[in-house]
Design a protein around this ligand. Structure first.
Ligand code: SF4
Length: 337
């Protein structure tokens, strides 16, 4: 059993300080995430060492379009989540009671994960991505792997909802090289009703990472009737430009019915409209989960040249050395060849 970090004893229980839920957990109970448990006054990370998935993915699948484009990354996930999104895309590993998993699952040490990642170096692997379910709630395991990965010269990528307290986030930023963060909406009502959390901490996470030298890209899943209002989206974009930065790439993604949400998929016209609004504020905007030509390639903000083409293969020959082949403008991101 692995004792968790970031908690304090309080009354007869323990107060978890990892994410903004700040759960007060009595002996024998779990926090909201269903993976951190009070056992005799100690907070235990029950999913430490447990992997639900491991794959070699394209880095574009995270999605990161400006971080080592065209390369691959060894991607791992565990179980549980600190949010309750009604449309959860990975609910089989993210939502529910995992106590049966904790009893039976084998454990993989951080060193073994790194050894597995290193086996893929001939397949263009750049490192390890913490993804599939929410890695915040396997914080200690992710951090211990990331420390080992750094020693081995690997990159660390975190794909996250950003719902984390500032202290653990800053500790993590010492070893995570790139973040792909979900911004799920732009109202507290949306976050409360659809995700069971709050917006303000996610905005703070984005602002903290944006001010650092870590790579950041942001995802926005468009759910019809819930977060597709153009006036609200424009307010989001104003904040994004001012507090996150016009140079941080934004991915606008199409929603499909999943888990407890049954409304129809996002109309393509809605994606196009929000894309056009976002382009007024952000240098690089993409449309995902739909086969559109619009919002697929990387266009140089300086001269309008197509510098990275994403078809079945990734053609990044127009971004040699991280600069536009035509006008020489430096492109956002890193890892260009
Ligand atoms: S990480 Fe889990 S236990 Fe800790 S505050 Fe968040 S939901 Fe609660």
């Amino acid at each position: 059993m692995y004792r968790a970090d970031y908690y304090e004893r309080e009354g007869g229980g323990v107060r978890c300080k990892l994410c903004p839920h700040n759960c007060l957990i009595n002996n024998g109970n779990y926090g909201i995430c269903h993976v951190r448990k009070n056992i005799d006054g100690e907070l235990i990370s029950m999913n430490y060492g447990i992997l639900s998935a491991r794959n070699l993915d394209r880095i574009e699948k995270k999605p990161l379009y400006h971080f080592y484009p065209g390369r691959t990354i060894f991607s791992i996930g565990s179980v549980g989540c600190n949010l309750r999104c009604k449309y959860c895309q990975n609910h089989t590993i993210a939502q529910g009671d995992f106590s049966h998993v904790f009893e039976r699952a084998g454990k993989t040490s951080p060193k073994t994960v790194v050894e597995q990642a290193l086996r893929f170096m001939d397949d263009d692997n750049i490192g390890i991505a913490y993804t599939y379910n929410e890695p915040i709630i396997w914080y200690e395991y992710m951090r211990d792997i990331a420390v080992e990965a750094k020693k081995a010269g690997l990159k660390n990528v975190m794909v996250s909802n950003g719902y984390i307290e500032e202290g653990p986030l800053r500790e993590l930023m010492e070893v995570i090289d790139a973040f792909s963060i979900d911004l799920k909406g732009y109202s507290e009502e949306f976050y409360k009703e659809i995700t069971g959390s709050t917006l303000a901490p996610v905005k703070k996470t984005l602002e903290i990472i944006a001010k650092s030298n870590r790579h950041l890209e942001v995802e926005y899943l468009v759910i019809p009737g819930h977060n597709d209002d153009e006036v609200e989206f424009r307010k989001l974009m104003e904040w994004y430009r001012d507090r996150v930065g016009e140079g941080v790439p934004l991915h606008i993604n199409r929603y499909f019915p999943q888990y407890r949400m049954t409304i129809d998929p996002t109309p393509v016209e809605t994606l196009v409209k929000l894309f056009e609004i976002a382009r007024e504020y952000v240098n690089h905007v993409y449309i995902g989960n739909v086969g559109l030509e619009l919002g697929r390639d990387t266009i140089c903000p300086g001269c309008g040249s197509r510098v990275i083409e994403r078809r079945y293969e990734i053609n990044y020959s127009g971004a040699v050395g991280g600069r536009c082949y035509r006008c020489g403008r430096e492109l956002e991101g890193e890892g260009y060849e």
